[in-house]
Ligand binder design. Structure first.
Ligand code: SF4
Ligand code: SF4
Length: 340
């Protein structure tokens, strides 16, 4: 496995890290095997979040059983105030069962108002710093989908790492990691295969971003052993993309445009219970990847379907990509239900 220094943290991290969103669907037994396999393949950086339901717990339990050492654990809080961050931290700390959390991050700071709250007098940063002083947190980082916000955070000098979506479709992260390198801030790529939508070129997308030495670690979400083996094989035997592979990847990326769902689920919960990202995923499989029967069969099993949207708009205000969800759901409904 290739390792890179994660900026000023000094951590020597595997270029393929573990993204902790999909593990939520695993049992503890499956999670144990998954984490064990990741570590045996050289992964030493695991990223999770308080917001990923049982992810921290599954990972924490797996690591405890293995008595795994020299593994860097990163988690995050959506808490913006001192009290909210404290509440989250106490749960994360218990879930992960470690003496110190290697990297504690502000999760998905989207607006300047949130950033100002975090950095303000009774903000979450005050709590982070107290915990850091006491040795419960080693390093402080943040994640965001906003390039403007990330620029402000990089300039502040307050953070050891930045986490941003970087993949073949989303190129706005490249100037950010270049800037971060100048400040010796560690760089973490979330959504390295664009939330899984670069289905035909997942490996190529990982290679594409990791060829850029300003990036320290990519954290694809993984829940199956196959995914672990495929992704870690890249870090274990890094072969740069050929010109042909690169051209094909960029062609697929171009065909997706920017108006696609990254399956981050920040839009949830939906008032009527629509699984929004699932709707868009099934639509993509049906229309772009031609998995018509499979997608329609899966759509039929969804309890609440796209046409049940009451257009309240709650989800749209939460989507970091500002997707026109209501409009897009109408399209899904037409393609799945209108065709019957
Ligand atoms: S606009 Fe539709 S999809 Fe979005 S939260 Fe409201 S009901 Fe759910
Ligand atoms: S609609 Fe937006 S918030 Fe919801 S999963 Fe897709 S990208 Fe994320």
């Amino acid at each position: 496995m290739e390792y890179r220094r994660l900026g000023k943290t000094g951590y020597n991290v595997s270029i393929i890290g573990f993204g902790g969103i999909p593990i939520q669907q695993n049992t503890q037994e499956e999670a144990d095997l998954l984490i064990k396999t990741c570590i045996s393949q050289g992964i030493n950086f695991i990223d999770t979040a308080r917001g990923y339901t049982v992810s921290e717990e599954l990972i924490g339990n797996a690591l405890k059983k293995m008595n795994a050492k020299d593994i860097y654990i990163a988690t995050k809080t959506m808490g913006r105030t001192y009290e909210a961050a404290k509440k989250d931290f106490e749960i994360s700390y218990k879930n992960l069962g470690r003496e110190t959390i290697d990297l504690y991050q502000f999760h998905n700071i989207a607006k300047i108002e949130d950033y100002n709250t975090v950095m303000g007098e009774n903000g979450a940063m005050k709590f982070f710093k107290e915990m850091q002083k006491k040795g419960y947190i080693r390093e402080i980082g943040l994640s965001s989908h906003s390039a403007d916000l990330m620029n402000i955070a990089l300039d502040s000098g307050e953070f050891s790492t930045m986490q941003f979506p970087i993949n073949a479709v989303e190129s706005q992260g490249f100037p950010l990691i270049e800037k971060a390198k100048k400040f010796d801030i560690g760089t973490i790529a979330m959504k390295p295969i664009a939330g899984g939508v670069l289905m035909n070129h997942g490996k190529e997308s990982l290679k594409y971003i990791l060829e850029n030495k300003n990036l320290d670690v990519a954290i694809p979400g993984m829940w199956s052993l196959d995914e672990v083996m495929t992704n870690t094989s890249i870090g274990n035997n890094f072969i740069p993309l050929s010109d042909e592979e690169k051209a094909e990847l960029l062609e697929e990326a171009k065909s997706l445009g920017t108006d696609f769902c990254r399956r981050c689920n920040y839009c949830q919960p939906c008032r009527v219970g629509i699984n929004i990202s699932q709707m868009f995923t099934l639509d993509l499989y049906k229309t772009k990847y031609n998995l018509v029967d499979w997608a329609e069969a899966r759509y039929d099993t969804e309890k609440v379907k796209a046409d049940e949207c009451i257009k309240c708009g709650d989800c749209e205000s939460r989507c970091p990509y500002h997707l026109p969800i209501i409009n897009k759901l109408e399209g899904v409904s037409e393609r799945f239900e209108g065709a019957r």
